[in-house]
Design a protein. Structure first.
Length: 64
């Protein structure tokens, strides 16, 4: 059974699901990432990008 203190679920449309599936084979050549790993990599990269943008230009780079 899934540990609800560690995991959440999201719903995505079929088009987005297909894109994540394609990315699972392209993000890490030679290995196929899980769909959850693809989402985790993309989100973490975006957050890091935003943090770096905020460090370089205070007052800009907000995700909102």
């Amino acid at each position: 059974m899934t540990d609800i203190t560690k995991y959440k679920s999201v719903a995505i449309d079929h088009d987005c699901y297909s894109k994540i599936k394609k990315l699972s084979e392209k993000l890490c050549p030679g290995a196929k990432l899980s769909l959850a790993a693809v989402v985790r990599v993309l989100v973490n990269n975006r957050v890091l990008f935003e943090e770096l943008a905020d460090d370089n230009h205070p007052g800009t780079g907000s995700m909102n």
